[in-house]
Design a protein around this ligand. Structure first.
Ligand code: NAD
Length: 505
């Protein structure tokens, strides 16, 4: 079904941002919709290769001055950005809700988690410090420094229009790089709003740029010789493509992919706590989180009771327009809704027990929004597509196993390794789990274990291509490269000629 046009006001035409707003010249556009009403609210330009090159050139031109701007001045701008974002976080949250659909409180939470990375990056003077050694050899000193890369590309997904770009650009900018951000064409307005906020904070033009587009813009970032690194977040097939193409073109690449996150509940767990958290992690943001729990692994004989508790809670959730007091909003597009309901059909046909069916419901919204209510399957087996595939919707599958070992085996044989959680009151079991499970981010009685900004975010296996995670120490390393300087200030005595390999003396 095609989305309807917004009736009461003109549909706005968006732009790129490179030293200020830049009109799209390619004559290619993509519709942006309000998922709660189904209306088209804007048209976003899709850049041509030439337009991408022009934005990259703007970022390149800004680099020499920005890399030589003192840490004190850079940090002052970061602090100003933080203050402005604090004061105006509600505006950004409203933009996110209007284009992504998540409820306002969830959108505000996303902004707050992104803001934590800005606060982390405010400490860049400490984070970027090198080390120094006196008298490494006689009269020889050594010190290390870290320098920015140049123009860095960031390509982000639709599900966190503000937070995911903010995993990267605060650290990149603080470290002295200039940025070209290509946001998802489904949710482009947050990035443009952020560009204006940077200008207001005093960031020189050309340091933060927004290139709107699709595969053409992505390919330009992956192949242009002036782009030194690419940070990508999105689905696994595209992440793999981005990693392979970017590295083949000599770039540093971190490409974060999709997920299939399991939550293990052991028989000794507090089942009310586990049911609450399964609902929060399975249905929050309509399941459109890379750290959402999509599979609950019930160990032993607790499954009947636990499924009952989750079903009661799921049925009580209110789904509707995220600007109203609902618990859960719509999916991002009609295509996403159709994809998710297709998986529900497939799960039912494959013989899973559909305990709560979200395909129809009483949704609190006007218009033709893209709603699917909370959906719960029990008795799911590992050959079903609702288990094997990343659905990216409010569909929680319960898999029953007899033992802890079977639960771990299930997780470790899954091709994804983004997040996982265990619910138990047994510290020994939790410790064993964190030691042997092959996943990048682990929660113990915490269902969505997104690390704080001063740790690094990233999964294992098909959930991340590259070896560097986002923000924290990994982020600082990704956006800088090291140099080691060996120095001798001559003591007037002369060392003499020696063609041998330098050795310490
Ligand atoms: P997506 O892969 O469709 O799009 C991501 C980005 O790639 C967008 O900017 C998009 O314009 C671009 N893109 C789309 N098709 C492309 C193509 N053929 N060639 C080049 N670029 C292309 O992902 P999405 O639907 O926007 O986001 C949801 C996915 O992102 C899920 O798989 C989710 O798990 C994943 N995700 C992962 C993390 C993580 O931290 N691992 C975080 C958030 C989202």
């Amino acid at each position: 079904m095609a989305a309807s046009m917004k009736a009461d006001e003109a549909v706005s035409t968006l732009y790129h941002w490179a030293g200020g707003p830049q009109r799209g010249l390619s004559a290619r556009f993509s519709d942006v919709t309000d998922p709660a009403t189904g209306e088209v609210t804007a048209r976003v330009p899709l850049a041509s290769e030439e337009e991408a090159a022009a934005v990259i050139a703007t970022a390149k031109a800004a680099f020499p001055d920005w890399r030589d701007t003192s840490l004190a001045k850079r940090t002052r701008i970061l602090f100003a950005f933080r203050e402005l974002l604090n004061a105006r976080a509600g505006e950004l949250a409203a933009i996110i809700t209007a284009e992504h659909g998540k409820v306002l409180s969830d959108a505000a939470g996303e902004v707050a988690r992104g803001q934590e990375v800005v606060e982390f990056a405010c400490g860049i003077a400490h984070l970027i410090k090198g080390s120094a050694t006196e008298n490494a050899s006689t009269n020889v000193d050594v010190h290390s420094i870290r320098q920015p890369l140049g123009v860095v590309g960031i390509i982000s997904p639709f599900n966190f229009p503000a937070m995911v770009p903010m995993w990267f650009f605060p650290v990149a900018i603080a470290a002295g790089n200039t940025v070209v951000l290509k946001p998802s064409e489904k949710v482009p307005t947050a990035a443009l709003w952020i560009a204006e906020l940077w200008r207001e904070a005093g960031l020189p033009d050309g340091v933060f740029n927004v290139l709107n587009g699709d595969k053409t813009a992505v390919d330009a970032l992956l192949t242009h010789p002036d782009v030194k690194s690419v940070s990508f977040v999105g689905s696994t097939p595209i992440a793999k493509y981005v990693y392979e193409t970017g590295t083949a073109n000599g770039k540093r690449v971190q490409a974060l992919g999709g997920a299939k996150n399991h939550m293990v509940v052991l028989p000794d767990a507090d089942l009310d706590l586990a049911a609450d958290q399964a609902v929060n992690a399975g249905f929050g943001s309509a399941g459109e989180r890379c750290m959402a729990i999509s599979t609950l692994v019930a160990v032993g004989d607790i499954a009947d009771v636990l499924v009952g508790k989750i079903a009661d809670r799921a049925k009580a959730l209110r789904t509707g327009d995220g600007r109203r007091s609902c618990d859960m909003g719509p999916l991002v597009t009609m295509a996403a809704k159709e994809r998710v309901t297709g998986y529900v059909d497939a799960g039912e046909a494959a013989g899973a027990n559909l305990v709560v069916d979200g395909r129809t419901g009483d949704f609190d919204a006007d218009g033709k929004g893209f709603f699917v209510g909370p959906t719960l399957f029990d008795h799911v087996t590992t050959d079903m597509s609702i288990y094997t595939d990343e659905i990216f919707g409010p569909v929680l599958s319960v898999v029953r196993v007899d033992t802890y070992e079977q639960a771990v085996e299930l997780i470790n044989s899954n091709p994804y390794g983004n997040g996982t959680a265990i619910f138990t009151n047994d510290g020994g079991a939790a410790r064993k789990f964190q030691n042997e499970v092959e996943v990048g981010m682990i929660g113990v009685n915490v269902p969505v274990p997104v690390p704080m900004a001063y740790y690094s975010f990233g999964g294992w296996k098909n959930s991340l291509f590259g070896d560097t995670h986002a923000h924290g120490t990994d982020g600082v390393h990704f956006f800088t490269r090291g140099k080691v300087v060996t120095t001798r200030w001559l003591d007037p005595s002369h060392g003499g000629i020696n063609l041998g390999f330098p050795q310490n003396a």
